[in-house]
Design a binder for this molecule. Sequence first.
Ligand SMILES: Cc1cc2nc3c(=O)[nH]c(=O)nc-3n(C[C@H](O)[C@H](O)[C@H](O)COP(=O)(O)O)c2cc1C
Length: 176
Amino acid sequence: MSVEEIIHKRRSVRKFKTDPLTDEQIDKLLNAAQIAPSAGNQQPLEVIVVTEEKERLIEATGRQQFIVDAPVVFIILSNNKDTVNRYKTRGAELYHIQDTAASVQNVLLLAKSMGLDTCWIGAFDESMIKSLFSIPEGVRPVAIIPIAYGDVDPEGPARKDIKEIIYKNNYGDKYY
Ligand SMILES: Cc1cc2nc3c(=O)[nH]c(=O)nc-3n(C[C@H](O)[C@H](O)[C@H](O)COP(=O)(O)O)c2cc1C
C-alpha cells in the first residue's frame, strides 16, 4: 500500500484479536515513534510497552475494555524538560504535545501498513495511569495505543465537508 492508501485506510479499531505480535513488529513500531519530528529535535517522547497486566488500563480508561485484548499497548509519554528549557512557554504549551502526537500518528500509520490495527486513546485518567505504571513527576502520559490484528473493518465516521475548512490566502476565503 502506498502512504496515501495507508493514510486513507487507517481507522480506529475497537475490536481486536488477541494474537501476539513479534518482537520485530514491536521494534519497528517503536522506531517509527522515535523517528517522528520534534521541535528543535528535543525529543520529549518516551514509551512504556505494556504486554503484562493490561487490566490496569481498564479502570483508568473509563472501561474501554477492548484495549486489553490487544497483545501490545503503547503508553506514549512526554518528558518535556528539554523542550521547555529551550522554548519556554511555547515548548510547554504546544511543542511537546505536537511532537508526541506526531509519534502517535507514525505508529498508527506504520501499524496499518503492517496489517495491524490501532486506536488512539486519549480519554484516560492521567493520575491513575501515572500511579499504575510508576510514571515519575515531569513525565506526562499523553496517549495510549492498543496495537493488534483487528477483528473488524470499520468504515469510520465521516469527515466535515472539506469545502468548509480549507481557505485560500486568508481565513474565510474559500479554497474550494
Ligand atoms: C486525541 C484523540 C483522542 C482519542 N481518544 C479516543 C478514546 O479515548 N477512545 C476511542 O475509542 N477513540 C478515541 N479516539 C479516536 C477517535 O474517536 C477517532 O479517531 C475519530 O472518531 C475518527 O475515526 P477514525 O480514527 O476511524 O478515522 C481519539 C482520537 C484522538 C486523535
